[in-house]
Ligand binder design. Structure first.
Ligand SMILES: Nc1nc2c(ncn2[C@@H]2O[C@H](COP(=O)(O)OP(=O)(O)OP(=O)(O)O)[C@@H](O)[C@H]2O)c(=O)[nH]1
Ligand SMILES: [Mg+2]
Ligand SMILES: [Zn+2]
Length: 310
């Protein structure tokens, strides 16, 4: 599908004006929309502005032959993103929850998990953990102790064997996803797309159609896209990541993203306590008393060092 030339004169839609749509997919500067009238169309943004993501609500104007131009992004309830010193990447908007997909095979990175949870906390997005591949012998046993830590912090942890027991996985997930907008995210190979294909009949085919329209590669998850669930709600699949930078967050925001830290903050003797070596540190006391998990504390210190360096 060709991109409309810049300066093309907008064709007024039948209703004669701007309409609204939900962004289903984004790939570079190309977007796939579902208009509120129910039609789907590819779109571009005006000018260089390309910060439009799956889940966004937009005003659009028809350019003819199924092409649209996005005029404006409507105010968002939240925007999940990651960032390094040079650039920020928006992942999805207007989410009710983020489901982090993890697995023991290949072994997930707890550092990446923690980064996602902190970024989501900052945006007020609820998180749950989907532990996949329970059918692979040993996969779950190896991570149970870590899952227990996250359960004790109040994160729902759902164990799934979507390949071996698809119906059980469906029954477990459907009530959790119903009528909500949920972003699936995690490292490559954890099983995100497998879950989407289970939950959304025909998702593979739909992905291929959008891939063709947006001229992306056809066989890998290379772009984020939203699928409407049969009983209402949206499920958003995203490409696996290997880094998840938090350059857009302050040390204080990072600290508040660790649930067990949050109630202790402000209770150290020094208001600018680094929780490393200062006396009368509420965080270190909790660590010594076993109320803070050692691994999470270590990861926190790494994130803090990184944040202070940048
Ligand atoms: N045995 C088993 N294999 C699974 C399960 N879920 C996913 N897999 C396999 O794990 C591999 C990766 O699954 P995907 O769903 O493509 O992973 P993804 O998270 O979408 O990966 P990216 O798109 O690269 O981010 C595939 O070979 C799946 O068949 C499961 O519950 N059990
Ligand atoms: Mg995938
Ligand atoms: Zn302290």
């Amino acid at each position: 599908m060709s991109v409309p030339e810049t300066g093309a004169r907008p064709e007024k839609d039948v209703d004669g004006g701007v309409q609204q749509a939900t962004v289903l997919a984004s790939y570079g500067r190309q977007f796939w929309l579902r208009s509120d009238a129910g039609t789907e169309l590819s779109a571009v943004t005006r000018g260089r502005h390309a910060d439009v993501v799956a889940g966004d609500r937009v005003d659009w104007l028809g350019l003819g032959s199924g092409q649209a131009v996005i005029e404006r992004v409507l105010p968002r309830s939240n925007l999940l993103r990651r960032s390094d010193a040079h650039r920020s990447k928006a992942l999805a908007a207007n989410l009710d929850q983020a489901a982090v997909v993890i697995s023991g095979e290949p072994l997930f990175s707890e550092e990446l998990l923690l980064r996602v949870l902190i970024a989501a906390e900052r945006e007020g997005i609820d998180c749950l953990l989907l532990a996949t591949k329970a059918d692979i012998p040993g996969a779950m046993e190896g991570i149970e102790a870590r899952l227990a830590v996250y359960e004790s912090l109040g994160y729902p942890v759902i164990r799934l064997a979507s390949k071996a027991h698809p119906q059980a996985a469906l029954d477990r997930l459907m009530p959790i996803l119903a009528a909500k907008s949920t972003l699936l995210l995690g490292q490559s190979g954890m099983g995100k797309s497998t879950l989407v294909n289970l939950l959304v009949p025909g998702a593979d085919l739909r992905t291929q159609e959008i891939s063709q329209a947006l001229q992306t590669g056809r066989h890998t998850t290379t772009f984020t896209r939203a699928f409407e669930l049969e009983h209402g709600g949206w499920l958003i699949d995203s490409p696996g990541f290997q880094v998840f930078g938090l350059a857009h967050l302050s040390v204080s925001e990072i600290e508040h993203g660790l649930r067990e830290f949050a109630p202790l903050l402000g209770h150290c003797r020094y208001h600018n306590c680094s929780h490393r070596h200062e006396p009368h540190c509420a965080i270190r006391t909790a660590l010594d008393e076993g109320r803070i998990d050692v691994r999470r504390h270590t990861l926190y210190q790494q994130l803090r060092d990184e944040s202070e360096r940048s």
